[in-house]
Design a protein around this ligand. Structure first.
Ligand SMILES: C[S@@+](CC[C@H](N)C(=O)[O-])C[C@H]1O[C@@H](n2cnc3c(N)ncnc32)[C@H](O)[C@@H]1O
Length: 303
């Protein structure tokens, strides 16, 4: 046997099939699928699945393979769907959002972490390079739920992280997540509105990575954002001032002072910020996200 036939035979040998009983279960309408069907036309199917997965504490495929649903769970699901119909994001309803390999607590005090920010973390880690002979020192500016700081703490052995936010209520959420991940000794939460505060001044010239997903939406654009975002996520986490550049600009101008020579500034930005960034920091690298929109800026301190 050679060519395509050999390939097909090999593929068949490598394929992993669940046993045939799973197939039979899928053909039956399960309690979960009946519930999902009832939501058709009222909320998106993916939202209904998300709510039910959390309610039943199962993975998505288990919704379709005979997971039992009690009458109490069924009633609870109906209430959740009614709340989702008001426009409240499902992550706030179940008080949980995924971020890389984490499931973080979220509520309306913090922004729901986005996939673009997962990408920021991955790209920053890829660029970080070797840290001189000591655990890394990282500042996460505008930490919100703590997603960036926690994800980095779990990937950088012994790193020390300073997670900053201007919102005390966001810091309370971050604390909850930091404690749930047993990172209380390595992640310090700091309440500040700018980089010129004693805790951060003391770090000047020592930080390996200053990373931020700051509020970057131009103020006038808030009114035309998706209703779910506009009405439910904290304005402080979205509004970046008249052009959306207030905090981005501060980070580009003052951030390098915190960095050690060779240290990295990594910031998520709005797709309209490319020219602003190039003018303010001509040596910065501006990158696009997976959707092809300008989304990230990386700036290395050389001296
Ligand atoms: C876009 S959210 C990012 C939250 C989280 N890092 C994430 O990626 O999901 C921006 C965060 O910056 C905080 N923030 C807004 N203005 C700030 C300021 N002047 N100084 C520090 N933090 C600020 C907000 O409270 C919010 O938690």
């Amino acid at each position: 046997m050679s060519g395509p036939e050999e390939k097909t035979a090999k593929a068949a040998k490598n394929a992993k099939c669940p046993d045939s009983t799973a197939g039979k279960q899928e053909q039956q309408q399960t309690a979960a699928t009946r519930l999902l069907k009832q939501t058709t036309g009222s909320i998106p199917r993916s939202d209904a699945e998300y709510l039910l997965m959390h309610l039943l504490a199962v993975k998505r495929h288990e919704l379709y393979t005979g997971t039992p649903v009690s009458p109490a769970q069924s009633r609870r699901f109906s209430r959740m769907v009614a709340t989702a119909r008001t426009g409240k994001p499902v992550q706030y309803i179940v008080r949980s959002a995924p971020f890389l390999d984490l499931d973080l607590y979220v509520d309306q005090r913090v922004l729901i972490p986005r996939p673009e920010t997962e990408e920021l973390v991955i790209r920053a880690l890829g660029r970080l390079g070797s840290v001189p002979n000591r655990p890394a020192l990282v500042v996460d500016y505008g930490t919100g739920s703590g997603c960036i700081a926690i994800a980095l703490a779990r990937r950088l052995a012994d790193a020390r992280l300073i997670a900053v936010d201007a919102s005390k209520s966001a810091l309370a959420v971050a604390l909850r997540n930091v404690q749930a991940c047993h990172l209380g000794r390595r992640v310090r939460l700091v309440h500040a509105r700018n980089l010129d505060v004693p805790t951060l001044r003391r770090l000047r010239g020592r930080v390996d990575l200053l990373i931020s997903n700051p509020p970057y939406v131009p103020s006038a654009r808030i009114a035309i954002l998706n209703r779910r975002v506009r009405e439910h996520e904290p304005r402080l986490s979205l509004d970046g001032g008249p052009k959306g550049t207030s905090i981005v600009g501060m980070l580009l101008e003052q951030g390098p002072r915190l960095l050690r020579p060779g240290g990295l500034l990594a910031v998520e930005i709005d797709s309209s910020h490319g020219r602003f960034v190039r003018r303010l920091a001509p040596t910065a690298e501006v990158e696009k996200d997976l959707a092809g929109r300008v989304r990230y800026v990386f700036l290395r301190r050389n001296t």
